[in-house]
Design a protein around this ligand. Structure first.
Ligand SMILES: Cc1cc2nc3c(=O)[nH]c(=O)nc-3n(C[C@H](O)[C@H](O)[C@H](O)COP(=O)(O)OP(=O)(O)OC[C@H]3O[C@@H](n4cnc5c(N)ncnc54)[C@H](O)[C@@H]3O)c2cc1C
Length: 660
């Protein structure tokens, strides 16, 4: 699986961007009708973008181009012309599509208009230019028409492509709106500081950004599916367009808020972007319940090609999946699940071979989670973040001893970071490890340590020096060391999975150090990036299972809130696929783990709130699984770093807003 653009796709994006910028608008004075009609069409025609589909281009290629045209606020009727060609085939005529048969919304300089009605494709001369709320594009009315028939399958294909292209317009436009707002927020000052440093604005922008990234990934994934005719292509397109319309309009609304008064004037381009987003949202064809209730996240069959975006398994992934299928078909018992999975070769499969792993691509870890979830087995053990830290920073000896026993499930580990006085501000932690002869001597307290009472070892972040970040180190300690006390804490949902761990004059040899002294912050951030991101993939199959049960109920499945959350699960799935690809390619940026975490939290909380509201018995017993899952989902915005901290990271480290 490769959810990243290949060389040809990347080159196409640059070409589309330059054509779009040429016909794009950055000031109100350049808006149509001042746009040069002939230039807009000539640029489209000579670029070859209009004949992309005929020349072997894919649906994904069209979506990538549409993002660029919207980003540049181009009046060139790219979407109108592409959809027109979808109906009439290759043509040198300046023909665009109308979605309702009366008005063609993206039609600058068009000579003809085509549309579908009652199983027939109509072609008509374009009539007169009309003004609409969308001032960045030109609409035209239609006159009388010539008619040819169109099959139901072609009509459905046209419908899905329309959703994807309008979705791409919403996303490209929304991303550009946020980028403009970020630039403004970095310069505009109030109270003696750039407004972009205020957390209220940072979090607004971060929220909008996360949604737009997810929508972009969902659209690209659905476009690939439509182009490759997968069984879920039409439902994926419908869901992606729902997410895109929400994210695209919200992005533009957020941008106008960040701009303050000027955002509400005619001289600011943000208001034009908002109008364009509203028009694209209004034009989106309404998907049927049948599409919105279909199964989420179907794995495409076949083997991936050499280059470019491809959601199918490659040869290595396919043979791994087949081996896992065979093993699962023996219906292994689920007692001692970690050990059974490990013995069969399905834990830590991307870890180095000397540590008991199989050095397979990280995507195979995702296959394990997906297959276990889809076939109703328990999730794999949640140790990817700890195993990753040991693999990356451990000595050969530590990897051999600790990683092997962690992976095979003979030794269980917990993560000791948070303290009573240091949660979000982790660098202020006070648990101290002082050197005494050949040992460290540790004193302090850790809190909220998950599974501490069930674990044998702890990966402990502690202070070996006064410097807030450079003074932190990581030690690997057995929990039965003299001076360690573990006291369980009952969670809000009644389990004893938390604990407080206290350390009184605990001695540990220097060989307990992971990495070098002072490297603790680096190790912690690297570990958290995995915990916030791909390690959570096992959750997606759980989300899918819960959502499928809701969608499968004829009454509940028809509810908009249920269909809405299913669309966001699909967007999360598409986003995690991008992260996994980046990890596999070695291009993963740890900060992007914060986007995954925020998205996962959003989906978790939306889903389990909907599930709670759909279960009439959930609150009328002392405790139910539905209520427990709802309460656990509320904790998702706290564990692994709170949502507010993730938004700070997205705002400052990804969007580049100032820290004040
Ligand atoms: C289910 C669960 C499992 C956990 N497991 C572990 C574990 O295994 N190991 C471990 O070490 N820890 C664990 N934790 C602890 C978790 O990492 C912390 O709770 C978390 O980092 C927040 O710290 P805190 O509780 O001290 O809250 P605080 O940091 O006090 O935060 C309180 C509120 O203030 C907000 N806030 C704080 N700083 C800022 C800021 N700069 N900007 C904006 N808002 C801010 C927070 O977002 C939050 O809403 C777990 C927590 C939970 C709920």
């Amino acid at each position: 699986m490769r959810a990243s653009l290949g060389e040809i796709e990347t080159a196409l994006v640059s070409l589309a961007r330059s054509v779009a910028i040429d016909s794009g608008v950055s000031r109100i004075e350049e808006l149509p009708p001042h746009a040069d009609t002939d230039k807009a069409w000539s640029a489209l025609e000579s670029s070859g973008l209009l004949s992309l589909r005929n020349d072997g281009g894919s649906v994904l290629d069209l979506v990538l181009c549409a993002e660029q045209f919207a980003g540049a606020l181009s009046a060139s009727p790219f979407i109108g012309a592409v959809l027109g060609r979808e109906l009439v085939g290759p043509t040198s005529e300046r023909i665009v599509a109308s979605l309702d048969g009366h008005i063609a919304p993206d039609a600058l300089g068009a000579e003809k208009v085509t549309f579908v009605r009652a199983g027939h494709t109509h072609v008509t001369n374009s009539d007169s230019v009309i003004l609409t709320a969308d001032r960045s594009r030109v609409a035209m009315t239609t006159a009388s028409s010539d008619v040819t028939s169109i099959s139901a399958a072609d009509e459905a294909e046209f419908f899905a492509l329309t959703q994807l292209l309008l979705g791409a317009d919403l996303v490209g436009n929304g991303i550009a709106a946020i980028q403009d707002a970020v630039s403004y927020a970095c310069e505009r000052e109030q109270f003696g500081a750039p407004i972009g440093g205020f957390q209220a604005l940072q979090h607004l922008l971060a929220d909008a950004w996360v949604d737009l990234v997810a929508a972009r990934n969902a659209l690209r994934s659905a476009a690939w599916k439509l182009g490759n005719e997968t069984s879920d292509a039409h439902s994926a397109s419908a869901r992606a367009s729902l997410v895109a319309s929400e994210a695209g309009v919200r992005g533009c609304e957020t941008a106008t808020q960040v701009l303050g008064g000027i955002g509400h004037t005619w001289e600011q381009i943000a208001s034009v972007r908002l109008r364009r987003a509203l028009m694209s949202r209004a034009l989106l064809p309404t998907p049927s319940d049948e599409l919105l209730c279909a199964r989420i996240g179907v794995t495409p069959s076949g083997i991936a090609l050499e280059d470019g975006f491809d959601l199918r398994d490659d040869a290595v992934e396919a043979s791994f999946r087949a081996r896992l299928h065979t093993w699962l078909s023996t219906r292994p018992p689920t007692t001692d699940w970690h050990q059974r999975l490990a013995a069969a070769g399905f834990v830590g499969v991307s870890m180095p071979t000397e540590a008991g792993g199989f050095a397979l691509p990280v995507t195979c870890e995702a296959i394990v989670s997906e297959e276990l979830g889809d076939n109703g087995f328990p999730s794999p053990p949640a140790i990817a973040h700890l195993a990753h830290a040991l693999a990356e920073f451990g000595t050969t000896e530590q990897r051999k001893v600790h990683l092997t026993s962690m992976l095979n499930g003979s030794i269980r580990w917990c993560q000791g970071f948070s303290e009573p006085g240091a949660g979000s501000d982790l660098a202020s932690l006070r648990t101290r490890a002082n050197i005494d002869g050949d040992d460290f001597v540790i004193n302090g307290r850790k809190i909220w340590t998950s599974e501490a009472a069930q674990s044998e070892w702890i990966l402990l972040l502690c202070r070996t020096d006064e410097h807030p970040h450079r003074g932190l180190s990581v030690l690997l300690l057995p929990l039965n060391s003299s001076g360690i006390e573990v006291s369980t804490i009952v969670t809000a949902w009644g389990s004893e999975e938390f604990a407080e761990v206290s350390f009184t004059d605990v001695r540990a040899p220097k060989s307990a150090l992971l990495g070098v002294e002072g490297q603790g912050w680096e190790i912690a951030m690297s570990l958290l990036a995995v915990e916030r991101g791909p390690a959570d993939i096992g959750w997606i199959s759980k989300f899918r299972r819960t959502a499928s049960a809701l969608l499968g109920d004829p009454l509940i499945g028809a509810r908009p809130d249920v269909q809405h959350v299913a669309a966001w699960i699909e967007a999360l799935d598409a986003t995690v696929a991008v992260t996994l690809t980046d990890r596999r390619n070695g291009t993963f940026e740890p900060t992007s783990g914060s986007i995954d975490k925020l998205l996962m939290t959003k989906v978790d909380q939306l889903l389990h709130d909907v599930a709670l509201q759909s279960d009439s018995q959930a609150l009328f017993q002392e405790t139910t699984e539905t209520l427990e899952r709802y309460l656990w989902a509320r904790a998702a915005s706290v564990f692994g770093g709170t949502s507010q901290i993730q938004k700070n990271i997205v705002a400052q480290r990804i969007l580049g807003l100032p820290r004040i």
